[in-house]
Design a protein around this ligand. Structure first.
Ligand SMILES: C[S@@+](CC[C@H](N)C(=O)[O-])C[C@H]1O[C@@H](n2cnc3c(N)ncnc32)[C@H](O)[C@@H]1O
Length: 410
């Protein structure tokens, strides 16, 4: 099973990549040649099941692209997630690292979903994209998601039915906060008065904490019935519409624990790509933190949370585009430790500067082992040693794995 979750079979001197297949399966597939020695396959039939296969938990598995690995036995799945990290590191010539046991989030606790919708004639499809296409797979259940979010699927379908014209699409970002669900709808047009009224009623009927719409990139609040709040390291922080938080509370706590343990003993830490302060608030119980982030609304929410927090070490903030203006060596060298948690693309330019710094401790949090491997290579070439990796699986049954890597200057 490859990095994208496809089963890989040797075929005619090359490889065939076939989604939803498990080691040991004997299958029939329709193959399409995609390269000199590569084929893509569509699974037509399972002739006999391999030992690594189990029954998937969801009726939509196999068509919905949200999950790719529900068909793998628990043992094989656990081994695969670990190997996913080992392979990404080995592609960069990194091996022999202390990779700790995976900390996994159970089913039913994903607290953030991005849902797509499309009107086709009389019907409204609502769900996730099919694997590697933009087709929307209509879903009625989602075993990985929190029940509060699944309960909104049907009401959202009804809302989209009243909003969308034929072939129009929309989206919904749903986030479970401490005090209710926050919903951000991406709509294809400005709502008229009647629609605004039904959207306000929708927020009320479903007791949403907050409800906003986004049309052409402009976000407009529709209803804020309670200030949507997430607790980060005991501090309540307002969630701006659609803002990032870690996908599960369990995953967040595992990542926080690994990061705070790594920086124990430091006096001052800079938290790069800090978001709402997932790590800043957890670390500030013991250490002074400078938090840097490119999204102004998130940074303002962090600042507000810090201003109202008691019993923490000082947290300072900086609004900065770290892709265009990474912190300079002189700036980095004023800290005992650097934490960075970039988007999936990684932090190539920032890490290149870090590699030239004298910072004794660097902690990399990543949702993409491939870009983490690349960035780890740069740090190692700059004289850092990769001490340990804590893998965290908060995207159950998907091919996404998170990790915390701890580097020390040799
Ligand atoms: C994976 S999230 C991590 C957020 C936070 N550390 C957490 O755990 O909640 C990545 C963060 O990087 C921020 N980001 C993306 N591109 C950026 C850039 N060019 N400069 C600064 N921050 C950026 C995003 O807004 C987001 O908050």
């Amino acid at each position: 099973v490859g990095a994208q979750g496809d089963g890989i079979a040797p075929y005619e001197g090359g490889h065939a990549y076939i989604p939803f297949t498990a080691p040991g399966d004997v299958i029939e597939a329709q193959l399409v040649k995609t390269g000199p020695a590569a084929w893509r396959g569509e699974l037509l039939d399972i002739v006999s099941e391999g030992d690594a296969r189990k029954s998937p938990a969801c009726r939509h598995f196999g068509s919905c692209g949200g999950c790719s690995l529900q068909h793998l036995s628990n043992n094989y799945y656990a081994r695969w997630t670990r190997q996913r990290i080992e392979t990404a590191l080995s592609h960069q010539g990194i091996s022999g690292i202390n990779i700790k046991s995976m900390i996994s989030s159970p089913a039913g606790c994903r607290r953030r979903l991005d849902i797509k919708s499309l009107r086709t004639g009389n019907e409204v499809l609502l769900g996730f994209h099919a694997r590697k296409t933009k087709d929307i797979v209509d879903i009625t259940e989602c075993p990985v998601a929190a029940s509060e979010l699944v309960a909104l699927f049907e009401p959202l379908r009804a809302i989209f039915k009243s909003v969308l014209h034929k072939k129009q699409g929309a989206s919904a970002r749903l986030t479970v906060c401490d005090n209710g669900v926050s919903v951000l709808l991406g709509l294809p047009r400005e709502p008229d008065l009647a629609l605004r009224e039904s959207l306000a009623t929708f927020a009320h009927t479903h007791d949403l904490a907050a409800f906003a719409i986004d049309v052409d990139g402009f976000t407009e609040p529709m209803a804020e019935r309670r200030v949507p709040t997430v607790t980060l390291g005991n501090i309540g922080v307002k969630l701006p519409a659609g803002a990032f938080i870690q996908a599960t509370k369990e995953g967040e706590e595992a990542l926080q624990a690994a990061v705070t343990a790594a920086v124990a003993g430091a006096d001052s830490v800079v938290d790069l790509f800090c978001g709402l302060g997932t790590f800043a608030f957890a670390m500030a119980k013991q250490v002074k933190v400078h938090a840097v982030e490119g999204d102004k609304a998130m940074l303002d929410a962090l600042k507000d949370g810090a201003n109202h927090a008691g019993g923490l070490k000082p947290i300072s903030t900086e609004h900065r585009d770290l892709f265009r203006r990474p912190l300079l060596v002189e700036e980095l060298d004023t800290y005992d430790a650097v934490v960075f948690d970039p988007p999936r693309a990684g932090a190539k330019d920032q890490v290149a500067v870090l590699a030239a710094s004298k910072v004794p401790l660097v902690v990399g949090v990543s949702c993409n082992p491939n870009t983490f491997g690349r960035d780890a290579r740069t740090l190692i070439d700059g004289g850092y040693e990769l001490i340990s990796i804590q893998p965290v699986d908060q995207f159950l049954w998907s091919h996404h794995v998170e990790l915390v890597g701890v580097f020390r200057r040799a």
